[in-house]
Design a protein around this ligand. Structure first.
Ligand code: GTP
Ligand code: MN
Ligand code: MN
Length: 411
């Protein structure tokens, strides 16, 4: 009985940031298909493919926010972002359970290789494409033949299997607890927040994103190098790169400077790989957790350098050698980000994601208010002034977007 079938609320709010998008929804088979097409378009070069990728993603996000499973294409009447091409793919899945277009991409040898190679830490689509052009088809083949010195790729390749294993929520919580404990001695009052997918309720993720701040702005300066030297002294760092902050308010008013060097933001941060003790993978008692404490770090020894690169030069051990050692730890990807308190809530929104949520809320801010939204703040481009916020809620209020908690930002 078609008359009783649910339809989308009409009109569907245009931007995904105006809709609740839970992690678990009713249309995963459709979204999986559309996100595969997004993925494929993203890997191909050119503006057209970039736009195509976004179109698939936006359509997928509409389906993710539906309160019912799609059973009839007419249920999408009134939804923006669902064009003829999207309808065709959805109709095919409704009729046959699959779509030829999707299956063709899924089985495309080039796509399959790109899929494998872009999962290597440090490898973007450009690197993956280069490897394919060399005729390499597996990560093992790349390992045997890749000779360049990029530290990310060398470690990414050497530790690929364990980095591919997803990080669990328990591991992320244990690591956060451990870092918080270190913070108490390094800088009391520093706050540590587990962001990224875990904040949105995911039980697994590809890395651990920790955002730090201190309520008295300025106190956070110099904290990250000190934390890193503690981690270094405990021999917990496999490799990584520290970047000093490059934020200026001035840059936020300039389209080109805002995203200079393709950087998503200008925070001081560390991106790297932690040697994660295997015992942190299960539930552990406080006692056991901090028993082998040995804080004897020279808190000022960490300098502006690429520790991994330094190690590659001075150490006898290559990433491959380290990976082959018998060891009590596994490699885990970690991002550590420092935000001054006056930028904190924007940083929180930015580092909570999802990526698509950020894209949409930023587009919304620009189109409806002529505001540039970044992880540092909201900038009124007309009046050339910034709009500070003291909570996430306040950011949504300023923009006139209903507040959704992180669990509902899974677009
Ligand atoms: P998993 O790690 O796979 O669970 O997904 P995730 O959503 O946590 O992705 P990721 O760790 O890549 O990024 C976390 C959030 O931070 C996402 O919303 C990204 O858009 C955002 N993000 C990632 N890198 C940057 C960056 O350099 N700057 C800013 N501002 N945001 C970033
Ligand atoms: Mn993450
Ligand atoms: Mn991350």
């Amino acid at each position: 009985n078609q008359a009783s079938e649910p339809t989308v609320q009409s009109p569907v709010p245009e931007y995904s940031c105006q809709r609740s998008t839970p992690l678990k929804h009713h249309n995963s088979r459709f979204c999986e298909a559309m996100e595969l097409l997004q993925d494929y378009a993203e890997m191909r070069e050119g503006d057209d493919n970039y736009m195509r990728a976004l179109a698939w993603r936006r359509a997928s996000c509409v389906l993710k926010s539906l309160k019912f499973p799609l059973t009839n294409i007419d249920q999408l009447k009134g939804a923006k972002d669902v064009g003829k091409h999207v309808e065709k793919v959805l109709q095919s899945i409704l009729d046959h359970g699959t779509s030829d277009e999707v299956e063709k991409v899924r089985n495309d040898p080039w796509y399959k290789k790109m899929k494998i190679f872009t999962k290597v830490f440090g490898a973007g689509t450009k690197t993956a494409q280069e490897w394919i052009e060399k005729g390499w088809t597996t990560v093992d083949e790349v390992r045997q033949n890749y000779t360049k010195g990029d530290w990310r790729l060398r470690f990414g390749l050497a530790f690929h299997e364990e980095l591919m294993e997803l990080v669990t929520r328990l591991e992320a919580d244990n690591f956060t607890k451990f870092i918080k404990h270190q913070c108490e001695t390094i800088l009391p009052g520093i706050s540590v927040e587990l962001c990224g997918g875990f904040k949105r309720g995911k039980t697994h993720g590809h890395d651990i994103d920790l955002l730090f701040t201190h309520q008295s702005t300025g106190k956070e300066v110099g904290f990250l190098p000190r934390l890193l030297s503690v981690l270094e002294s405990k021999n917990l760092i496999l490799c990584g790169k520290w970047n000093r902050g490059t934020y200026t308010e001035e840059a936020m008013y300039s389209d080109s400077k805002r995203t200079k060097n393709n950087q998503l933001d200008h925070f001081e941060k560390w991106i790297g790989i932690i040697k994660f003790p295997k015992k942190w993978r299960k539930s552990i008692s406080e006692e056991e957790f901090f028993s082998d404490e040995n804080v004897s770090a020279d808190l000022n020894s960490y300098e502006d350098s690429e520790p991994a690169k330094k190690k590659l030069k001075t150490n006898e051990l290559s990433p491959e050698d380290i990976a082959a050692q018998s060891r009590s730890w596994i490699a885990r990807r970690v991002d550590l980000i420092i935000a001054p308190y006056d930028q904190y809530f924007y940083a929180l929104v930015g580092w909570t994601g999802s990526k698509q949520f950020n894209r949409d809320i930023r587009t919304y801010a620009k189109r409806t208010h002529n505001y540039a939204m970044t992880s540092h703040g909201l900038y009124d481009l007309t009046k050339r002034k910034s709009l500070p916020a003291k909570s996430e809620k306040e950011i949504f209020d300023i923009l006139g977007v209903p507040y959704f908690p992180p669990e509902e930002r899974n677009c």
